[in-house]
Design a binder for this molecule. Structure first.
Ligand code: BGC
Length: 575
C-alpha cells in the first residue's frame, strides 16, 4: 500500500482543551499516562457514491469483555453493511458493538471490523472515536479522495509495472460478495476480491441478467479510489475444454478454434482495450488446466484420456492460448498470467520441464511472444497446501526419504509455495522474462479447523511421519472436486514472498467444482465421478475415494454447505 498515514491528534487536542491539561501523547513512551484506546480508521476503497473502510481499535486500558465503538460523521455517510461488528447508525452517530466471538479485548489487544457505506459530497474521517464511552486517540489513514493528485512515483497509465498488485486494491465482485454476505457468518469474508470467470461467450454480455464484462469494469471504476485497482479475470473457454475431466467441459467442441477467437477472445480484447478502462490494471489468468493436460494426460501415460489426445493432436489448446496471449497482450494495461497447474500435478520430474516447454510453445504460437506473458498462476481452484511445515522434501525417516511416502510418491515438492518459486525459475530458464511473477490461488487451501496437525507425525515410518504431519488432508493429492475438510487459505495479499506477485482467490470460494450426481444443464457441464463421494477413483487419483462433499450443484453454482465448511476450516482462522 502506498497510502500515506497521518496521525491525527484532533481527539487529543480536544481532551487537552477541555481539561486545560497538556497530555503527553507518545503512546508507549515511559512515564506518560497511556491513552485508554487508539483507533485507526482507514478508507480502503472509495468510489463516487460509496466506500469501504476498516476500523482497528486498540485497548490500552483494563481488559473488557464487550465493546462499543462510537463516532459521529460530519457528512451524510450512511453505513449499509458491516463485518466483524454489529453496526447501527442514528443520524450521523454510529455505534459498532462486538460480535459474540470478539467481545474480549485484553490490555494492548486490538480488534478490527469493516463496513461499506454510501455518501455524497465529502467523506471526511471522523475526528473523535470512543470505546465504551471513553475518547480514544485517532490514528487515521486519511480519506481516499478520488480527486487526490496522482502519486508522482506512479508510472503513466498504460506502462506495465513489475507487480500489478503492489500498492493496489483489488476489485470485489459484487455478485460473489452478495452470495457470501447472504451466508451466516459470510460477512467476515464478503469484502475479499475474487476472480471473475468468463466461462462462456455469453458471460461477456452477462448470463441470465447477471453482470457482463463491461458491468464489472464499470463497477471497478466505481470502486477505484486514488489507489490503483486490479481486476482479476479468468479466461476460460477453450475448444474441448477440461479434456481430462467432465465437470467443467464447456460450450465449444474440440475443433471450434475459430469461434474461440472471433466470438470470445476478440470481443474481450475489444472491451478491455476501451480507453475508458485504461486506468485499471487487468489481470487475466489464461485457460485453467489446459496446457498441463497436454503433458500429463496424453500418449502412453496411464493417465491419458482420449479427449486430451485429441486436443494435443489438433493443437487447439496451444493455438487458443497463443491467440489469447497475443490479443490480450496487445492491450497495454492487461497483465497475462498463464495457468500452471499445481505441485501435486506438475511437481514430478517427468512433468516439470515438459510443462515449461509446452508453455513456451503456446507463448510463441499464433503471434504471441514471451513478452505477452507477465507471469503464471498455480493452484487455481485446487486445494494444495501453501506450506507444509511439519515435513520437508529433504527429510528422511530411518534412512528412507519422504519422497518415498505414499503421499509424496516421488514428487519433488511437498507444497505450493516451494513449487511456485522453483517453477518460476524453470520458466525463466526456458526463455520467459526474468521478471515474471507467480500468483498462487489460496482460496481453498487453508486446511485449518480441529483436525489440523500441530506438529510432525510419528517417526515410525515415512508414511506415519508424512500423514501425521501434513496439513493437506485429502485422501490423495490427485483429488480436486469439492474436497471435504478444506478451508479458506491465506487472505489475498500482494508480494507475500520472493517471486510471488500475490496470493489471490481466483476460484470464488463457495462455487462448486462439479455436481455429485448427473444434473442436466445447458452449460455443457458433464458429470464427473470425481465429484461423487462414492466413487473409488481412476489412475489420476491412484484409485482412491474422491473425497468430494455430497449434494453439490453443477460447477460454478453456489454451494452453501461447502462455503460454510471453508469458513469453518479457514487457515488462518476467521475472527
Ligand atoms: C466452472 C466455471 C465457473 C468456475 C468458477 C469452474 O469449475 O466450470 O463455470 O465459472 O469454476 O466457479
Amino acid at each position: 500500500m502506498n497510502r500515506t498515514r497521518t496521525a491525527l491528534l484532533a481527539a487529543m487536542a480536544m481532551v487537552a482543551g477541555a481539561t486545560g491539561t497538556a497530555l503527553a501523547v507518545a503512546p508507549g513512551s515511559p512515564g506518560t499516562a497511556a491513552v485508554p484506546c487508539t483507533v485507526d480508521y482507514e478508507v480502503q476503497n472509495a468510489w463516487d457514491t460509496g466506500f469501504t473502510a476498516s476500523v482497528t481499535v486498540t485497548n490500552n486500558a483494563a481488559p473488557v469483555t464487550s465493546w462499543d465503538v462510537g463516532w459521529t460523521y460530519a457528512g451524510n455517510q450512511t453505513i449499509t453493511n458491516g463485518w466483524n461488528a454489529r453496526l447501527s447508525q442514528s443520524g450521523t452517530e454510529v455505534s459498532a458493538t462486538n460480535e459474540s466471538y470478539n467481545g474480549h479485548l485484553g490490555t494492548g489487544a486490538s480488534v478490527s471490523f469493516g463496513f461499506q457505506a454510501g455518501y455524497s459530497g465529502s467523506n471526511a474521517v471522523p475526528d473523535t472515536f470512543t470505546l465504551n464511552g471513553t475518547t480514544c486517540d485517532v490514528d487515521s489513514g486519511g480519506p481516499t479522495d478520488p480527486t487526490d493528485p496522482p502519486d508522482p512515483t506512479d508510472p503513466p497509465p498504460g506502462d506495465r509495472v513489475d507487480n500489478p498488485y503492489s500498492g493496489a486494491q483489488v476489485y470485489v465482485n459484487p455478485e460473489w460478495s452478495a452470495n457470501a454476505a447472504a451466508e451466516p457468518g459470510g460477512d467476515r469474508v464478503a469484502d475479499q476480491p475474487t476472480g471473475v470467470w468468463l466461462d462462456r461467450i455469453a458471460a461477456i454480455e452477462g448470463v441470465d441478467g447477471g453482470m457482463g464484462l463491461r458491468d464489472h469494469l464499470d463497477a471497478a471504476l466505481e470502486q477505484k479510489g486514488s489507489d490503483e485497482l486490479v481486476v482479476q479475470l479468468v479466461i476460460y473457454n477453450l475448444p474441448g475444454r477440461d479434456c481430462a475431466a467432465l465437470a467443467s467441459n464447456g460450450e465449444l467442441g474440440p475443433t471450434e478454434i475459430d469461434r474461440y477467437k472471433t466470438e470470445y477472445i476478440d470481443p474481450i480484447a475489444a472491451i478491455l482495450g476501451d480507453e475508458k478502462y485504461a486506468d485499471l490494471r487487468i489481470v487475466t489468468t489464461v485457460e485453467i488446466d489446459s496446457l498441463p493436460n497436454l503433458v500429463t494426460n496424453t500418449g502412453s501415460r496411464p493417465t491419458a484420456t482420449p479427449a486430451c489426445d485429441v486436443m494435443k493432436a489438433n493443437g487447439n489448446y496451444v493455438k487458443g492460448v497463443g491467440y489469447a496471449l497475443d490479443r490480450l497482450g496487445d492491450v497495454p494495461h492487461v497483465y497475462n498470467y498463464v495457468d500452471a497447474g499445481h505441485h501435486g500435478w506438475i511437481g514430478w520430474d517427468d512433468n516439470f520441464g515438459a510443462t515449461a516447454d509446452v508453455f513456451k510453445e503456446a507463448a510463441t504460437a499464433e503471434g504471441a511472444t514471451v513478452d505477452d506473458v507477465h507471469g503464471f498462476i498455480t493452484n487455481t481452484a485446487n486445494y494444495s497446501a501453501l506450506r507444509e511445515e511439519n515435513f520437508s522434501i529433504d527429510d528422511q525417516v530411518a534412512g528412507t526419504s519422504v519422497r518415498q511416502s505414499q503421499w509424496v510418491d516421488w514428487n519433488r515438492y511437498v507444497d505450493e509455495l516451494s513449487f511456485a518459486q522453483a517453477f518460476r525459475q524453470e520458466l525463466v530458464s526456458v526463455g520467459f522474462d526474468a521478471g515474471i511473477g507467480m500468483l498462487i490461488d489460496t482460496s481453498r487451501n487453508g486446511w485449518g479447523g480441529a483436525d489440523r496437525p500441530t506438529g510432525p507425525g510419528a517417526t515410525t515410518g515415512v508414511d506415519a511421519y508424512v500423514d501425521g504431519g501434513r496439513y493437506d488432508r485429502r485422501i490423495h493429492i490427485g483429488n480436486w472436486c469439492n474436497q471435504q475438510g478444506a478451508g479458506l487459505g491465506e487472505r489475498p495479499q500482494a508480494a507475500p514472498e520472493p517471486g510471488i506477485d500475490a496470493y489471490v482467490w481466483m476460484k470464488p470460494p463457495g462455487e462448486s467444482d462439479g455436481s455429485s450426481r448427473e444434473i442436466p444443464n445447458d452449460e455443457g457441464k458433464g458429470f464427473d465421478r470425481m465429484c461423487d463421494p462414492t466413487y473409488t477413483g481412476n489412475p489420476r487419483n491412484g484409485g482412491n475415494l474422491s473425497g468430494a462433499l455430497p449434494d453439490a450443484p453443477v460447477s460454478g453454482h453456489w454451494f452453501s454447505a461447502q462455503f460454510q465448511e471453508l469458513m469453518g476450516n479457514a487457515y488462518p482462522p476467521l475472527p
